[in-house]
Design a protein around this ligand. Structure first.
Ligand code: NAI
Length: 405
């Protein structure tokens, strides 16, 4: 069976469950292996599969549901078994776990492999190049901005609900030198696993996607909400987007302005590195939620009147009945700073661009996280090495950044 495509899915959570089932059920009938390194997940999932296969229950907007059945051939925590011979490796796990997976798989990844982060998140490429070393140069690395679905496991190892499907998901590509994937374009392979939706789109390059990533949206809204907080518990969980103050939305807007300047500077110095798909967060919001925004007269109004944000609240800890405290260790800061804004800041620093608003947000956030990324306005704190800033992997110039394309 040398001609059967082999797919390895890294992860054991919601997204990995959907991806394992859909890829197994796809027309190409690949041999799907799941690698999950977390605790006893592999043993528990493998045990479940002895009883019955997997089901994705897709909840359609009309209220109807459909079931998709597909079962991976193997679930293991043994990277050798999962990765040896794999044509496509798909990361479907939060970004903080990528390092662990890349370290485990590195020795088994063959040249010419397609590596796909769904999502990859900012800095995915730097980490792949750092940990896969020379092999990375012969691989295609695709990085998608988000997971294609809102999904939740209903029964571990067996059942997962697909609650919503995105219309489009944008990714970027770093093409390996002389790479000729055996089964063709990995983006098309992934699309065949997903079905009609979401439609996979492609950014001009990985630097553009890094700056597009909306992972820089949460920290300024958190900062705007909590920077002057009196440290007293709240009686209810405040709305995240719809409750954002004008000041918080202005902060987000200013961060977005700084991000656009980074893109413009790259395109000015390297005209071949196109940045024409980059857009301001306000435009992104208004374009993506045309039908659910009732007042688009300003960024602030659009944010507050977007029905798609109904019920989305700040991350809070319920400390006693009716008493809530903000959770500053939530992924809105703990991931979106080291795997989001820090990468953007690192790119600005390489270009010699000042980012006063990003600095202000990061300085506050690192205090809440108990980390030191910035010292003054420079990304040179002792914890930079834990982030995916380009500097943490030895990328110190624009030529370094462009060199891996
Ligand atoms: P998840 O929350 O289900 O991930 C949990 C899994 O991560 C665990 O099952 C385990 O396999 C692994 N994990 C957790 N802690 C770990 C640790 N300390 N060390 C190693 N591995 C660990 O993640 P999910 O929902 O699959 O999402 C994947 C990514 O997609 C995340 O970045 C998430 O923010 C993003 N996303 C998820 C959406 C969803 O609806 N599930 C929607 C949009 C984006």
């Amino acid at each position: 069976m040398g001609d059967r495509m082999k797919v390895c899915i890294c992860g054991g959570g919601n997204g990995a469950h959907v991806m394992a089932c859909l890829s197994s059920a796809s027309q190409q009938k690949p041999e799907v292996r799941v690698l999950t390194l977390f605790k006893d997940e592999a043993a528990r999932w493998a045990e479940k599969l002895k009883e019955e296969g997997m089901t994705v229950t897709k909840h359609n907007p009309d209220g109807k549901t459909e079931e998709i059945k597909g079962t991976p051939a193997l679930v293991t925590k043994d990277a050798c078994k999962a990765v040896t011979g794999a044509d496509v490796i798909i990361f479907c796990v939060p970004a903080f776990a990528h390092q662990q997976y890349l370290e485990a798989i590195a020795q088994y990844v063959a040249p010419n492999t397609s590596i796909i982060g769904v999502p990859g998140q900012p800095g995915f490429e730097f980490q792949c190049f750092h940990l896969l070393e020379k092999k990375a140069k012969s691989c295609v690395i695709l990085n998608y901005e988000t997971l294609p679905w809102a999904c939740r496991i209903s029964e571990f190892g067996r059942k997962v609900d697909m609650l919503g499907v995105k219309e489009t998901v944008t990714g970027s590509r770093v093409s390996g030198r002389g790479n000729q994937p055996k089964f063709g374009d990995p983006a098309k392979i992934l699309q065949s696993f997903l079905g009609a939706l979401p439609v996979l789109c492609e950014a001009n390059n990985y630097l553009e996607l890094t700056l597009m990533a909306m992972s820089f949206c949460h920290p300024p809204i958190m900062y705007g909400k909590w920077k002057d907080w009196d440290e007293k518990p709240l009686s209810e969980e405040p709305l995240f987007y719809q409750g954002a103050s004008e000041e918080a939305v202005n902060l987000l807007s200013a961060v977005s302005d700084e991000v656009l300047k980074i893109g413009a500077k790259i395109a000015e110095i390297k005209p071949d590195v196109k940045m024409n798909k980059l857009e301001h967060a306000e435009k992104w919001l208004k374009d993506n939620y045309v039908t659910s925004i009732t007042d688009s007269s300003s960024f602030y109004k659009a944010m507050r009147t977007n029905a798609s944000y109904n019920g989305l609240v700040h991350p809070m800890k319920n400390i006693s009945p009716g008493q809530y405290m903000p959770d500053f260790r939530h992924r809105y800061l703990s991931e979106d700073i080291p795997f989001g804004l820090t990468i953007v800041k690192g790119m600005a620093q390489i270009l010699g661009l000042g980012t006063p608003i990003i600095d202000e947000v990061m300085t506050w956030a690192q205090g809440k996280l108990g980390k030191e990324y910035l010292v003054g306005s420079e990304l040179k704190g002792k914890d930079v090495k834990e982030t995916r800033a380009p500097q943490a992997f030895g990328f110190h110039s624009l030529d370094d950044l462009v060199g891996i394309m």
